[in-house]
Design a protein around this ligand. Structure first.
Ligand code: AMP
Length: 117
């Protein structure tokens, strides 16, 4: 069940301010409040999907395509096409803490190791 009191739902409704880097009709991207690298952007669909499975299962192919194309536009805009990492956490054990589907774009430093254990 999607909970519309999550922080990203509040950002979409304009109740919490963010440092936006991209917006279109379906997608919003903004700087992570607690960056783990010089570039740390969160990309979210504006529609209410709680995680990757919810999004891929219930969004239309066009909306899924638009979301991932928007990520490419953002990467291009930030001039980080040479090197970046995309992360989509699903579930508490993966590290998901906000239950509105999102992708992290991380770049700007050498990333060593796939995960921190
Ligand atoms: P995850 O742990 O994959 O669910 O990622 C959630 C991310 O949201 C974390 O990296 C947080 O730092 C980030 N975050 C939480 N609240 C805000 C906010 N108000 N503005 C920007 N980023 C946020």
């Amino acid at each position: 069940m999607y909970d519309d009191n999550n922080v990203f739902a509040k950002i979409i409704r304009g109740e919490i301010q963010t440092n936006k880097v991209y917006e279109d009709e379906e997608v919003l991207a903004f700087h992570d409040i607690c960056p783990v690298a010089p570039v740390h952007i969160l990309v979210i669909p504006k529609a209410p999907y709680k995680d990757y499975i919810d999004f891929i299962t219930n969004a239309t192919s066009q909306k899924i395509s638009n979301f991932f194309t928007a990520i490419l536009v953002i990467i291009d805009k930030l001039n980080i096409t040479e090197s970046f990492r995309l992360i989509m956490n699903k579930g508490t054990n993966s590290g998901q803490s906000v239950f509105h589907f999102h992708a992290h774009i991380i770049s700007g430093k050498t990333l060593i190791g796939l995960i921190n254990e």
